[in-house]
Design a binder for this molecule. Structure first.
Ligand code: NAG
Ligand code: NAG
Length: 619
């Protein structure tokens, strides 16, 4: 200011207007004086002589004095010189506040005659006040998604000075997001606004501290500052993101329930609930939900059901991380199931033939397939049978086998084979499945009956009792069943062809020989005949042996008793060739010898029934 600190009389506004309303009526307009506020006490405000046109002598003579309405105006009049001095400094702001111009009225009183001069003192402003913000700190909460150009109202600063000395402009401290502009209300009030130049990002900066400075127009300008604290409000503008777009894990199929497979993790740049992430499966199938579980909070994926490589080799699970604002991120978890050798090989029998005939090479016994549900080495198999058996395993196509005889079998040596088929996989540990089959060898009539001796010699005393058991021939047959069922028979006798059957009887089943009638040494000392043993095979096989019967001499005069028989328990049927049983017996029975008219049931001891059975009609 051009007159700071000095005494200055502003005279351009001095208006001397003396209106004499009358000599008795002493009231007139005086002039206007001007003083700068804050002048020190004693400073000259004006001179009544010069400025108001009064005479020097008049002032003292008429006891001039200065008065203001409430004597607030600290003015002192030197009545000798007419100088009007300040008795204390003036504060424009106190006197007039914001009223401008600040004009104070005072009166100059003169006596004899009384005269009152009206005068004005204008107090001009000095820039003695700085702009002041009533709030030293302003807090602005601005959402991070506010658009560039958005305007935010700031508190204005107050400057008690007026006019050019009042607030003229606002500036904000250097920053990259905001600038400040000043607006003027219709009432002339100036206020600052904060304008967003560059979008805010909560994730980058939660808060900004700016210094707002208000400058007045004084020279030099005075200023006041306030802190503008911008709190960036987080908006859910970030989706959770998984740390991997794709997770992959392998799990052995025998993993325990509850075992941790993998922990998925997602982060969200937002804060508060906008950054709280929860995990879940997305579009998961029933199978996935039964097999796996994801922890909502930790993202841990654990096993809930058993894995089975043979059923499902891998799972692809879509997982989702959702923040509480509803934004989400996705990822995929691939779980590869690792095969474990947990399946035993299997044998599937397609056909099995038992018994198999002997004497035939390459006879098919069994067709079967093998399988192992495991994969890789765990599913590769080796199929074996014991080496010491006359069987071979042949494989036509992979995993299909047939078991056949390695050569001709001999039932008579081994009639039954217990074959163990072993299938072992190549996994670790190796798993083996065994299958036992019992193969029976069917008999073929390949063995003829064999007599225990090539010839038999039997001795019999003459005059023997009829139907006397004179000996037994025996043959064996190593075949089985009917192939070994032997039937004995009498074959030819060289000279006594016709008589043999009247002399000797043979039990076809057990080879017992009987002398049918008493032999007479004197007539026949010995005789020979052939016996045969025939099996019931088809074709039947037979063999022969020679039987020699030697009659021993004895006391010829012994009485001969026919009945009762010496051995009544001997079954009659076994004694006689069936065809002529009745004749032979009849001939020796007293009742029958004479007549055929006897009743059928002869009642003659043990042979009676038999006789009756074979008696010809009419006997
Ligand atoms: C066959 O052999 C196996 C093993 O050697 C045995 O366990 C099974 O009892 C046998 N079967 C028969 C019918 O003998
Ligand atoms: C009949 O002879 C047999 C042996 O040929 C003998 O075992 C049995 O005791 C005899 N019976 C009688 C009643 O003599």
């Amino acid at each position: 200011m051009e007159n700071q600190g000095g005494l200055y009389l502003q005279t351009r506004q001095v208006l001397l207007l003396f209106v004499f309303l009358g000599m008795s009526q002493a009231y007139s307009e005086a002039g206007r004086l001007s003083v700068v506020e804050e002048m020190l006490s004693g400073a000259l405000v004006g001179n009544l002589v010069k400025d108001l046109g009064l005479q020097v002598g008049e002032l003292s003579a008429r006891e001039a004095q200065v008065a203001s309405s409430d004597n607030k105006l600290p003015l002192q009049l030197n009545i000798n010189t007419g100088d009007l001095l300040l008795s204390e400094p003036l504060d424009r702001e106190e006197l007039c506040g914001s009223t401008e111009p600040c004009v104070l009225h005072f009166q100059v009183l003169l006596k004899n005659p009384l005269k009152i001069l009206q005068a004005e003192l204008q107090v001009t402003d000095v820039n003695d006040n700085s702009p002041v913000f009533l709030e030293k700190e302003m807090v602005l909460e601005i959402p991070e998604n506010s658009p560039v150009g958005a305007v935010f109202l700031l508190e204005s600063a107050i400057d008690l000075d007026v006019g050019i000395n009042s607030v003229k402009s606002y500036v904000i401290s250097q920053n990259s997001h905001f600038h400040v502009t000043m607006r003027i209300n219709p009432d002339g009030r100036k206020y600052p606004e904060l304008v967003l130049d560059k979008a805010l990002d909560y994730e980058e900066q939660h808060e900004l501290g700016l210094i707002l400075t208000a400058l007045d127009g004084g020279t030099p300008p005075r200023s006041g500052t306030a802190l503008v604290r911008v709190e960036v409000i987080d908006i859910n503008d970030n989706s959770p993101e998984f740390d991997h777009m794709f997770y992959e894990v392998t799990a052995p199929e025998n993993s325990m329930l509850g075992s941790l497979l993998i922990t998925a993790s997602a982060w969200d740049l937002d804060s508060g609930i906008n950054g709280e992430v929860s995990y879940a499966f997305s579009h998961a199938s029933e199978d996935i939900r039964k097999t796996f579980a994801i922890n909502e909070h930790s993202g841990e994926i654990r096993l809930k059901g058993y894995l089975d490589f043979e059923t499902t080799k891998s799972y692809s699970i879509l997982i989702k991380a959702t923040d509480r604002g509803g934004l989400f991120g996705k990822s995929t978890v691939r779980i590869q199931v690792m095969d474990v050798n947990d399946n035993f090989p299997e044998i599937i029998v397609s056909s099995f033939i038992s018994p198999i005939p002997e004497n035939t090479a390459e006879t098919l016994v069994m067709i079967f397939s093998i399988r192992d549900k495991d994969s890789g080495e765990n599913g590769k198999m080796v199929c074996t049978i014991p080496e010491d058996l006359p069987f071979v395993l042949k494989s036509s196509i992979e995993n299909y086998y047939h078991l056949e005889t390695d050569g001709a079998l001999d039932r008579e040596s081994i009639a039954e084979y217990n074959i163990t088929i072993s299938v072992t996989d190549l996994g670790t540990p190796r798993l083996t499945t065994q299958h036992n089959i019992i193969v029976q060898v069917a008999d073929i009539n390949d063995n003829a009956p064999a007599f225990t001796q090539t010839s038999y010699t039997m001795f019999v005393h003459e005059n023997n009792s009829p139907a006397l058991h004179i000996g037994t021939i025996s043959a064996t047959d190593s075949d089985a069943g009917s192939n070994a069922h032997i039937t004995y028979s009498l074959l030819s006798a060289q000279d006594l062809q016709m008589a043999l059957t009247s002399l000797i009887s043979i039990n076809a089943d057990n080879g017992q020989l009987f002398a049918l009638r008493a032999l007479d040494y004197e007539v026949l000392q010995a005789f020979e005949f052939q016996v045969g043993a025939t099996d019931r095979g088809s074709p039947a096989l037979s063999s022969q042996a020679l039987v020699r019967v030697v009659v021993l001499d004895d006391n010829d005069n012994a009485p001969f008793v026919l009945y009762p028989m010496q051995n009544s328990s001997a079954p009659c049927t076994e004694l006689l060739p069936r065809a002529w049983l009745w004749i032979a017996t009849l001939a020796r029975m007293p009742g029958c010898r004479s007549s055929c008219s006897r009743p059928r049931n002869l009642g003659c001891s043990a042979c009676g029934l038999t006789m009756a059975r074979y008696a010809p009609p009419g006997c």
